[in-house]
Design a protein around this ligand. Structure first.
Ligand SMILES: [Zn+2]
Length: 419
């Protein structure tokens, strides 16, 4: 047993040493999706952490010492990008959101989060935008630092920290005031909202996440929270510090205010009206529909998809999605993963295809469109000379069936093969 362990350690150190800064890989497969289009008989050349060439196999200048990795029957893609995750949450059918926020320590949640980050990377997602720690403070900032330091395997992270909600709007709700109940986000209003934006930036967040509406109406229906002026002030404070703003916005009015305030991405957009669509187009906002979260929550509440009639909120979401698609709004890929299992991120892509987006467009969303939305177009999201070597190889042809993205053969992040 001890000898086996020793051999294992030696082999392991060999693989790490073998992949030195100068290692050159030539990846070949039946097809290459470069972030824009599918190409037959292309190949990708990687040196150290960068892509050095992409193109027709015969046209590439291949160094003699390049290691060849051939994948017959497969497709090479840019590493996928998850646009809306919560690595510190896990599926609500396993534990309710209230219980995760209130009863679990931040330490436990961040240790689990590290495992979930690894599962996400192994599923082919080399970059993730995490949109709120949901009661775990700035544990997401720590997780990003730990991954960047190489302590844990995980995607490149952009994080939003605590996120910002209007006073009285967010949960957990319904507890007696005798004890202090910790909320899933930080409350702020009026001029104080500007101070909260700055304080969160000071803690190391990459994105400011604000809730433009929430289900806090008299009948728990979603209603707007922040006034337009409050959101404008928060966006201005974030922008002057170089941080983009993402808005949770389900209602038509919430979306309108958020877009007019200058946020860069709209999360959920459950009931987009024609004015929302026109504004999103005019302001060049990226829409993250989070179809998988909506469907998962409905199913946790008993909906049997394909058997029971479609719930009204799912029908409304489909209508919103198709309106945005037909209008040519930029649609990003972000499932709100955490509501459903980390590593199952492809579910959102499958639903985007099911709701009417052509498969190749879904692939663009999960790569080049998301990279641009995250201001990472000069880093990742395409197989292009000079960008980071973030590469995914899957069996089959995901430009026909995006579910082929589940058939992972190889993941490379920043030139390093994920074991
Ligand atoms: Zn979310």
């Amino acid at each position: 047993m001890r000898i086996l362990l020793l051999i294992g350690l030696v082999l392991c150190s060999i693989c790490t040493r073998a992949q030195t800064a100068d290692t050159i890989y030539l990846l070949t497969a039946d097809r290459v999706f470069d972030g824009e289009a599918m190409h037959n008989q292309w190949a990708v050349l990687i040196k150290a952490d960068k892509i050095v060439a992409v193109g027709e196999k015969k046209s590439l200048d291949i160094p003699a010492n390049a290691k060849r990795l051939d994948f017959p029957g497969c497709t090479i893609l840019p590493g996928l990008i998850e646009g809306h995750a919560h690595l510190l949450l896990y599926p609500y059918n396993r534990k309710s959101w209230d219980d995760q926020v209130l009863k679990e320590s931040d330490a436990l949640r961040v240790l689990r989060g590290a495992k979930q980050a690894e599962a996400t990377l192994k599923a082919g997602f080399t970059t993730v935008r995490d949109l709120g720690s949901e009661g775990a403070g700035y544990a997401d900032v720590a997780l990003r630092q730990a991954i960047d330091s190489g302590w844990y395997a995980g995607p490149r992270l952009q994080v939003a920290g605590r996120a910002i909600v209007a006073t009285g709007s967010y949960g957990p709700k319904g507890y007696d005031n005798d004890s202090k109940i910790m909320l899933g986000a930080e409350e702020a209003d009026g001029n104080d909202a500007v101070r909260v934006v700055r304080s969160q930036i000071g803690q190391g967040i990459d994105w400011v996440k604000i809730y433009a509406d929430y289900h806090w109406g008299p009948n728990r229906q979603s209603l707007p929270t922040f006034l337009l002026e409050e959101m404008k002030a928060m966006v201005a404070a974030a922008k002057s510090a170089g941080r983009p703003v993402a808005a949770h916005a389900g209602t038509a009015e919430g979306v309108k205010r958020a877009v007019l305030a200058g946020v860069e991405t709209i999360e959920h957009g459950d009931e987009l009206d024609d004015e929302d669509i026109a504004l999103m187009k005019e302001y060049k906002v990226t829409y993250f529909p989070t179809l998988a979260a909506s469907e998962s929550i409905r199913q946790y509440r008993g909906w049997r998809k394909g058997t029971d009639p479609e719930p009204v909120d799912i029908t409304a979401k489909k209508i919103s999605f198709r309106k945005a698609l037909n209008a040519g709004i930029k649609i990003g890929m972000g499932g709100d993963v955490g509501v459903f299992a980390h590593g199952n991120n492809v579910l959102e892509m499958e639903l985007m295809q099911e709701y009417g987006m052509p498969a190749v467009e879904v692939l663009r969303s999960a790569t080049a469109v998301n990279a641009a939305a995250l201001h990472l177009e000069n880093t990742t999201g395409k197989l292009q000379k000079g960008l980071q070597a973030d590469v995914l190889v899957v069996m089959g042809d995901p430009s026909k069936q995006v579910s082929d993205c589940r058939k992972v053969k190889l993941v490379v992040k920043g030139g390093r093969i994920v074991p």
